[in-house]
Ligand binder design. Structure first.
Ligand code: SF4
Ligand code: SF4
Length: 225
């Protein structure tokens, strides 16, 4: 299970500041267990967003948002609402956010997909199929809002936060030419979103004390010890 905690409302609102029509997507898997992203929390966040003057065009909670097929099953029937949305906010782990982005892209949509949660630990394993790509290291300080929904901490071989190392060739990583360079993926994604200017910022080093293990998630108190 991926443990998650909800970001402060002001941080969520800051991520959505430029957008008015919002789709809220939850997760009936781990995030439901953590009381951060089930249907109840989706309804709660949608209500808060409405109070802040946003227009919520969709509330949907896939059975397991990190599973591509389950997200498609839930979200595909709402392609009209997703098309209307200016942004999607996901109450799910870093993997769920990235799978939601992937699903919107596979639906032919280019819309920002933002996260409302911080992923704080891979609390146990939910694996299906033969191969699974790592999506998130649950760093406890999610930066997907700044990187087009693609995680450089996990998908860049060097975990670089402020752009590429310069060693990529033909879009592939110098460490493993079988893999895409994460920063080229991020650049292309930000270009598609028309948000390249947002890459001209300095990302401070991460606070790795938040990754000190073993972490213990107190679900009731919604915090990490
Ligand atoms: S920045 Fe990456 S590793 Fe950290 S929580 Fe977000 S997706 Fe996970
Ligand atoms: S080539 Fe790209 S993914 Fe590989 S280490 Fe350099 S920046 Fe990271």
């Amino acid at each position: 299970m991926i443990g998650t905690t909800q970001k402060p409302l002001e941080e969520i609102l800051a991520a959505l500041a430029e957008y008015q029509k919002i789709a809220v997507v939850g997760c009936d898997g781990c995030a439901k267990v953590c009381l951060t992203g089930g249907s109840e929390q989706v309804e709660e966040l949608a209500g808060r967003l409405r109070k802040e003057g946003k227009r919520v065009v969709l509330e949907a909670t896939p059975e397991r948002t990190c599973y591509v097929d389950k997200s498609h099953t839930k979200l595909d029937p709402y392609v009209d609402q997703l098309t209307e949305a200016e942004a999607v906010i996901v109450l799910g782990c870093g993997g769920a956010v990235q799978i939601t982005r992937q699903v919107t892209e596979e639906l032919g949509l280019t819309i920002p997909v933002k996260t409302a949660l911080d992923s704080v630990g891979h609390m146990d394993t939910l694996v299906s199929g033969e191969l699974a790509m790592e999506q998130c290291q649950e760093c406890g300080e999610c930066i997907l809002n700044e990187t087009g929904g693609i995680c450089p901490v996990t998908k860049c071989a060097k975990g670089l936060l402020n752009g590429p190392c310069g060693g990529a060739e033909s879009g592939k990583c110098e460490v493993d030419p079988q893999r895409d360079c994460a920063w080229i993926l991020i650049y292309n994604r930000m270009a598609a979103l028309g948000e390249l200017d947002k890459l001209k910022r300095f990302m401070a080093p991460k606070d790795y004390s938040k990754m000190a293990k073993p972490r213990i998630l107190n679900i009731k108190e919604k915090k990490v010890a």
